[in-house]
Design a protein around this ligand. Sequence first.
Ligand code: TMP
Length: 227
Amino acid sequence: MFITLEGGEGTGKTTQQTLLAEQLQKKGYACLCTREPGGTALGKELRALLLHGDPISPTAELLLYAADRAEHVQTRIRPALAAGQVVLCDRFTDSTLAYQGYGRDLDLGVIRQLNQLATGGLEPDLTLWLDLPPELGLARARSRSRQGYEVSQTVGVDPLHPSQDNGGETPDRMEQAQWVFHQRLYQGFQTLAAAEPERIVRIDAEGSPQEVAERIWQVVSARLSQG
Ligand code: TMP
């Protein structure tokens, strides 16, 4: 079974991935926990470029996410599924539609074609969309960044104009652009979930990690028992 976790910044995907893997392992399932970008050796290099390198143009960024995914699906996800493992992937194709499509306004049709090329048609059996209002997610992500955790470039810089010199901009304008971006990607996830309600299940991501983990387990255990 192939399960993806999706959502905006600071929605708790990584914590929930770990908790879900622990629960699955207790029930006797073998799991692969992986993520995009960064699930392979090539992907780790791409992740460093994408998240911490110099700003890059939106189209180049899109192609790097696709390259990361192609390598990941081919060398890690498909082999794990073939070996009967449950694959838990932190972000996948829906992130590209939400961030590059709805967020950066790149053509959704082109992104779908690239997703198809990169995955060879592999789709998640279940996608858990961790739904948290962007203002709460951003606050969580910023506090994580203050504690020294890795945080993406989209938290803290103007995500719509990453290559511009923001030296002359007031913090208000930057924050405004950032806010618009995160609102757009939130609406993107809402639209994607509404279009594919069978695959994409909305999980209320407010509350303690244990509360959210229980909501997730209800959904996942029901799917596993369906076979
Ligand atoms: P993460 O640590 O939350 O997974 O951060 C990865 C960042 O990469 C996050 O800001 C979302 C971004 N991203 C995209 O913009 N497009 C994609 O296709 C993927 C997989 C991630």
